[in-house]
Write a protein that binds this ligand. Structure first.
Ligand code: ARG
Length: 261
């Protein structure tokens, strides 16, 4: 009988242990739409070095994505708690449950989908090449053997490394741009609309016409946040359908490319 009690106690202990392993897994910090509503705010991770999507003006983070988020927040009756981080810390922070949503001109790609949940896309971007005005580089084919700057952790870095280019990666997007203007590299690879904004008024550089990739942008959540991601997707899709999304892009003078064809 005693033996049976001991065995029973052991089985119980094992069950408790297994259960606890379950409760300290990532799942525990997954937020739902109701959690966000109850908290009255959403914690956003963003790298505000990416105009016109997010940048700093007068000490405030502003841009297309902030406008999109503000529109949704207003509807839900919540506020935005904006946390500034380097781009390569956005997705890991979201994955760890440190932030509720990653908002950083993030390209939805298959690798990232393994570790995070995404909304439906709200815009279609592309990677583009920026060079000095007098550069011999005229297309993607000319990049072979050249030195290229990119921002760390971006799809531009991934694309350039997978093509075996000589890549210099910079934590800050602005430093990747400066590497080109100061002559440290031959080309800068960056998302198209960001290139347009950042080189505006600089006659020493130009953006090439050839787009290298198609990049759907969306917002990222901790893996398992299907409920919250779905609520965001519903708002995004409604904004695309009723013209609110295009109106936000118009405000920033950016031609709106809808992901819904
Ligand atoms: N779309 C690219 C990516 O997902 C670049 C994003 C960079 N964003 C930023 N806020 N600096 O990798």
């Amino acid at each position: 009988m005693k033996k049976f009690v001991k065995l029973f106690a052991l089985a119980l202990a094992i069950c408790t242990l297994l259960c606890c392993v379950g409760c300290v897994s990532d799942e525990s910090t997954v937020k739902t739409y109701e959690d966000i509503k109850a908290a009255g705010k959403i914690v956003i991770a963003t790298s505000p070095d990416f105009p016109p999507f997010e940048s700093i003006e007068g000490g405030e983070v502003v841009g297309i994505e902030i406008d999109i988020l503000n529109h949704i927040a207003k509807k839900w009756g919540i506020t935005l708690d904006i946390q500034q981080v380097n781009f390569d810390a956005v997705l890991p922070g979201v994955q760890a449950g440190k932030y509720d949503v990653g908002v950083s001109g993030i390209t939805i790609d298959e690798d990232r989908k393994k570790n995070a949940d995404f909304t439906d896309p709200y815009f279609l971007a592309a990677q583009s090449i920026v060079v000095k005005v007098d550069s011999p580089i005229a297309s993607k084919a000319d990049l072979a053997g050249k030195n290229i700057s990119v921002q760390t952790g971006t799809t531009a870095e991934k694309y350039c490394l997978s093509n075996n280019y000589n890549v210099s990666a910079f934590e800050a997007n602005n430093d990747a741009f400066s590497a080109l203007t100061s002559g440290k590299v031959d080309a800068w690879v960056v998302d198209n609309e960001v290139a347009v904004k950042m080189i505006e008024g600089d006659a020493t550089v130009k953006m090439l016409d050839e787009a290298m990739t198609t990049e759907p942008y969306g917002f990222a959540f901790q893996k398992g946040s299907t409920d919250l991601a779905k609520h965001f997707s519903d708002e995004i899709n409604a904004m695309i359908d009723d013209g609110t999304m295009k109106a936000i892009f118009d405000k920033y003078d950016v031609p709106y490319v809808s992901p819904k064809q």
